[in-house]
Design a protein around this ligand. Structure first.
Ligand code: ATP
Ligand code: MG
Length: 441
């Protein structure tokens, strides 16, 4: 029943196009960003949720909408070879979070604030800031209908930019109203575009009657003028929708977060209503949206859960890191406190004991590795110690060991005496000097 799997020739074994390896030292930047996010999410009382990378295809078709870029052309979908289930590598994670929330009745006792980080998959044309496996960090607040939660999420994103030193981003907001307002707008949109059929591309013509809102999200430059002239949803909003938007604006204003209203902002998925927003930069070319989100009050119901309002956003990690690099924000280098220089193989057991005690006390230490010629010359070991970037060498020489000591030799120069002199320290009381090594970082 199953097809035969064939192995590629060994010289074909490279990463899949558009899917990147993230290697050190770049990976340190990723960890740094993730840590900042964890700290910030804790401050806003958002809790981590981890859902599968693979979901039933129907979740995305139903959740995101059949006539969307993602569902029409970007999903990695496949049939489970063993049971024939239709599955998809998640192209985004709002639908997955909503599924989990509904499946586990998580809103039973009230709203939930959640966040996630992880890879997403979309079959797009790879280019700078656009990959086939990319990473998102997302925040979702489910079970809350108030505009203050929309604002809270925007403030959270803004606080993240501040905490990582990102500056060149602007915030655009819009309101997509409620279904009845959308209906009136939809009719007006169709009427408008029907008068300009000649400038619509094939995709737009095909979508005109199934999902005209999508035409506003087109990336086709020749359609921009007719899109700009299209009727605006914001002009058709009722009092309640406008009040919701105004509350969001007022909270942003009170917190000094600048925004501009972009009546063309629609986002790529069908599930949004009321508030939508994007954080955009001009420094990454056409891949300038670093974060997007909005309210999705009907999605939970749409995928079969008990109706509940919700709002959230997702940011593109690659684009955020690219922008940071563009702005010259320095990458945090990992600290290595010490490099262990070990002249004799016979010393390895006692040296390793000391290193374990240091690591248990929070000191980072790298041990010189043996080779065919044993531990190698002192000169070559010091060369490696220097190249490692360590602040100190720990020298496990025979004379020091005989006295129950290890010699600490500064490699970089630094703050106090320890940085300038070679100091012997007792092997049997690592705790007494471990903190001194750490304090030099
Ligand atoms: P775009 O208009 O650039 O295609 P999108 O509207 O499809 O973006 P969303 O689905 O809203 O993007 O995803 C949220 C964020 O995830 C985007 O703002 C972007 O930063 C990032 N993102 C989306 N697709 C990719 C991708 N293929 N590669 C890298 N980052 C991406
Ligand atoms: Mg896209």
């Amino acid at each position: 029943m199953t097809e035969k799997l064939t192995a590629a020739k060994p010289d074909n074994l490279t990463a899949v196009k558009g899917m990147n390896d993230i290697l050190p030292p770049d990976s340190a930047r990723w960890e740094w960003l993730e840590e900042k996010v964890r700290q910030l999410m804790a401050c806003y009382a958002y809790r981590n949720i981890r859902t599968p990378l693979v979901e039933p295809t129907a979740l995305f078709v139903r959740g995101l909408g059949e006539v969307t870029d993602i569902v029409e052309k970007e999903m990695y979908s496949f049939e489970d070879r063993l049971n024939g289930e239709q599955l998809t590598l998640r192209p985004e994670n709002t639908a997955g979070v909503v599924r989990a929330v509904a499946e586990h009745s998580m809103l039973y006792e009230g709203g939930k604030r959640l966040y996630y980080m992880g890879p997403m998959f979309r079959h797009e044309r790879p280019q700078r800031g656009r990959y086939r496996q990319f990473h998102q960090i997302g925040a979702e607040a489910l079970g809350f209908g108030g505009a203050e939660i929309d604002a809270e999420l925007i403030l959270l994103a803004d606080a993240l930019w501040k905490s990582i030193g990102l500056t060149d981003v602007r915030l655009e907001i819009n309101s997509l109203g409620q279904p009845d307002e959308r209906k009136a707008h939809r009719a007006a949109l169709i009427a408008h575009f029907e008068q300009h059929l000649d400038v619509l591309d094939d995709e737009a013509r095909r979508r005109l009657h199934t999902n005209p809102l999508r035409l506003l999200d087109t990336k086709n430059p020749t359609m921009q003028a007719v899109v700009a002239a299209a009727p605006k949803l914001i002009d058709m909003l009722g009092e309640a929708s406008l009040a919701h938007l105004n509350t969001v604006k007022a909270i942003l204003d009170a917190n000094g977060v600048a925004w501009t209203l972009n009546p063309r902002l629609v986002r790529g998925m069908d599930y949004y209503n009321l508030t939508v927003f994007e954080f955009i930069t001009d420094r990454l070319g056409s891949q300038g949206t670093i974060c997007g989100g909005g309210r999705y009050d009907y999605l939970i119901e749409q995928i079969g859960g008990k109706p509940a309002p919700a709002v959230g956003w997702a940011l593109g990690v690659e684009r955020v890191l690219e922008l940071l690099k563009e702005q010259g924000v320095a990458s945090p280098a990992p600290v290595l406190h010490a490099y262990a220089v070990i002249p004799d193989v016979a010393t390895l057991p006692i040296a390793s004991q000391t290193l374990q005690a240091l690591r248990a006390a929070g000191v980072s230490v790298q041990m010189h590795p043996s080779g065919a010629d044993g531990m190698g010359s002192m000169k070559s070991q010091f060369k490696k110690a220097d190249a490692s970037g360590a602040l100190f060498a720990l020298v496990f020489g025979a004379d020091e060991l005989a006295r129950g000591q290890v010699l600490i030799k500064p490699l970089r120069g630094g703050k106090d005496d320890l940085a300038n002199a070679q100091v012997p320290r007792p092997l049997n009381d690592v705790a007494s000097w471990a903190a001194t090594l750490q304090s030099q970082a």
